[in-house]
Design a protein around this ligand. Sequence first.
Ligand code: ADP
Ligand code: TRP
Length: 346
Amino acid sequence: MTAGQATRAVTGIKPTGAPHLGNWVGMIVPALELARSHQAVYFIADGHALTAVRDPSELARRTREAAATWLALGLDPERELLYRQSDVPEVFELAWVLACSTPKGLLNRAHAYKAAVDANLAAGRAADDGVNAGLYGYPVLMAADILLFEAGAVPVGQDQRQHVEVARDVAAAFNAAYGPVLTLPEPVIRPDVATLPGLDGRKMSKSYGNTIPVFAPPAELRRLVMRIVTDSRGRAEPKDPGACTVFALYRLLADPAEVAAMRAAYLDGAVGYAEAKRALADVLDRTLGPARAAYQGLLADPARIETVLGAGAARARALAAPLLDRVRAAVGLGPRFLRGGAARPP
Ligand code: ADP
Ligand code: TRP
C-alpha cells in the first residue's frame, strides 16, 4: 500500500428518498471534515437504490437531490470527487469479480438481508419473499465501491459499520486467494452521533418514514419537529436529556452555550417539550437557511448538476483503472482492450 492509497476516503448515499438530518450529521458532516485530510471520493449510490426504487423518474430525481444536497452542504467539486455510481462501470465489474471469491455465508449474515428475512419469518411468509438478488448482493457492490479506490477510511453512520466490516472480509477473502491486491478499509464513525433518532425515536431512516429532510421547506421542518415523539412529562417536571430525541438533535446543532443552558433546563424542569421543539426548529432554520437557498438554486439548474457529476465520474474512472487492471491480472481475466470507448493496443 502506498501513502496515497492510505489517505483516500470513500462514502456514498442511496438516492431512495430525501436526504435527512441523520444523513447530514451522521455522514455528510464527518465526510466533509475527513476531506480536509484525505482525498475524498464521494458518490450517489444509484445502483444500490435500484434494489428498492422501481420508478425510473423517481430514481433520477432522487439522484439529483442527493447531489444537490452534497453540494449545498459544502462539498467542493473542484477538490472532492462527486459522481453517480452508475457512471463508473468499473464498480460493477469489480463487484462481479469480488462476488466470485466471497463466501455466500458472509452475505446470509449481512444485516439488510437478514432484517428482510426476519421480517418475512415474523409475518409467516417464506424467508426470501420479496427479496431480490440485488438486495442479497448489496454488500458486495458496496465492497466494490470502497475497494476500487483503495480507501483507507469510510465515513458512515453506525448502521453501516457491519457493511464496511463485510467489505474488509470480502477484501481479505480475495487477498487470501490471489495475494495482497486489495486494501482493507476502516469505518470512521462519529461517536457523538452514531445513530440519530427519528420522529418516532427509532433510527432516522428513509426506510422508516420517520425523517426530517435536511431541506424541507421551513414550515414543513417546523411541523415535523413538533411531531417528534417525547415522553409525557409536564413542563415543570425534570427531564432526561439523554433519553430525548429533541435534545439529541439540539445537542448536535446548537452552540455549546445554548446546549448547556438547554441541558440545565431539562434537568431542572424549566423547559417544556413544546418549547424545546421550538428552540430546535429555530436552530435548524438558522443553520440550514443559507444552504437551503443554495440547494434550491442547484435543483433549478439540473445541467449544472450533470456537469459536476460527469466531471467527477471521469476523474473517478481514471483513479479506478490501475486497481482494476491489477485485479484482472491477478485473477487471470484478460487486459482491457477497450477503456472509456477507446481502443488500447495489446
Ligand atoms: P437511510 O438509512 O435513510 O436510507 P442511507 O442508507 O442512504 O440512509 O445512509 C447514508 C449514510 O447516512 C450512511 O453512512 C448512514 O450510516 C448514515 N445515516 C443514515 N441514517 C442515519 C442516522 N439516523 N444517524 C446517523 N447516520 C445515519
Ligand atoms: N450502503 C450505504 C447505505 O445504505 C450506502 C453506500 C453504498 C456506501 N456504497 C457505499 C457507503 C460505500 C459507504 C461506502 O448507507
